[in-house]
Design a protein around this ligand. Structure first.
Ligand SMILES: Nc1nc2c(ncn2[C@@H]2O[C@H](COP(=O)(O)OP(=O)(O)O)[C@@H](O)[C@H]2O)c(=O)[nH]1
Ligand SMILES: [Mg+2]
Ligand SMILES: [Zn+2]
Length: 350
């Protein structure tokens, strides 16, 4: 009698990044597998092990995950993982610790947020921009400022760029119509994005989709802009897909880039980020990076930097060292947070 060994228990492991999840099926890119194996860069589709669901843990796009696979699903001939028809012998075994996790848009480990607004048409609402910056900073996401439509008002574009550079952010003014300034963003992506996950955010109509299509020609083919309005209107949770940027940059040398990932178009609005990912007013000063040299220098301990005598932050505003518009935004956000009741607090999931 021959003994049958089904051997379909995961016995091998590989790590990768979760690109997308649909109905409990996940797409994982094995960018961490040894480069000299065919597994490297392979994309696999699988489910998560059952205990995640029991514990209320949802793997998110951006998660770094460990997958397990069996001998049965490892193809000697191909040298890669071949999914078996019922897909039971490949699964997510573990989620590595997250740097951050956003509930809306649902994604993990976002490193860089391109915060986009237009020099004109629509006129930027700086308190909105600054609110997005604070949310990003609070979640340990690097804000990068993009000022679009610069050809409509070059002087305004320069003034906004000076404002945000002075506050300490990488800042780009550009026009998708003339192409001016777009090469600097490309250079930034090549130099600073490898190994990272990035997304675009900003109000509707500022030119996010136009810019992303210009920077990442391949992305325009992968995703359409059609679903944006219907999804927003129905208040459904937006599905997030990460795309490897090498593919997106759409040119020959991009293949030499180390892995980095861009969340799909059409870009997120402030609403997406604001819904749940808010925080306590005491955490606010630390999210204004140009306040840092002055924090702890105020006359009174527990200074709120809103109206106190001897406030080092207010003095810096008066001396022009901190932009007044940034402090005005600080006051706006402070007032929002002050009125927040504890029962409005978001559930923390990590
Ligand atoms: N003047 C000008 N208009 C632009 C520029 N980039 C995009 N637009 C226009 O701005 C409008 C909104 O662009 P879109 O990319 O859809 O914005 P989104 O809602 O942020 O994705 C469209 O009519 C674009 O043609 C630009 O550099 N200059
Ligand atoms: Mg758009
Ligand atoms: Zn103060």
């Amino acid at each position: 009698m021959t003994q049958r060994c089904t051997n379909n228990h995961p016995t091998h492991h590989a790590t990768g990044i979760l690109l997308q999840g649909v109905g409990g099926r996940y797409t994982i890119r094995l960018d961490d597998a040894p480069t000299d194996t065919p597994l490297h860069g392979q994309t696999v589709h699988c489910r998560a092990k059952g205990s995640f669901r029991h514990n209320g843990i949802t793997p998110l796009p951006g998660d770094r995950v460990v997958i397990g696979y069996s001998d049965a699903s490892y193809s000697q001939r191909e040298g890669g993982i071949c999914p078996d028809p019922d897909g039971t012998d490949i699964r997510i075994e573990d989620i590595l610790p997250r740097r951050n996790a956003l509930i809306r848009p649902p994604m993990a480990n976002l490193d860089v947020l391109f915060i986009t607004f237009a020099a004109a048409a629509p006129t930027p609402i700086l308190s909105m921009i600054d609110k997005l910056i604070c949310i990003a900073e609070h979640n340990r996401i690097e804000p990068v400022i993009i000022i679009g439509k610069s050809e409509l008002d070059a002087a305004a574009a320069d003034a906004y760029a000076a404002l945000y550079r002075k506050a300490g952010f990488a800042t780009f003014a550009l026009s998708c119509y003339t192409g001016e300034g777009t090469d600097a963003v490309r250079a930034y992506i090549r130099a600073s994005l490898p190994g990272k996950i990035a997304a675009f955010a900003g109000a509707s109509g500022v030119g996010k989709s136009t810019l992303m299509n210009l920077l990442f020609p391949a992305l325009a083919q992968e995703t359409g802009d059609v679903s944006e309005k219907t999804e927003r209107g129905r208040h459904t949770t937006r599905k997030v897909t990460l795309f490897p940027a090498q593919m997106l940059l759409g040119d020959a040398d991009a293949t030499a880039l180390p892995d980095c990932y861009i969340a799909d178009t059409p870009g997120f609005s402030l609403l997406d980020f604001e819904r749940f990912d808010f925080f306590e007013k005491d955490d606010l000063p630390a999210t204004m990076r140009e306040f840092a040299p002055y924090l702890g220098q105020c006359r009174y301990k527990g200074c709120t930097h809103t109206k106190e005598e001897g406030c080092a932050v207010l003095d810096a505003v008066a001396r022009g060292e901190i932009a007044r518009s940034r402090h005005d935004s600080f006051l706006d956000i402070y007032n929002d947070l002050k009125d927040k009741r504890p029962w409005n607090k978001p559930p923390r999931r990590f």
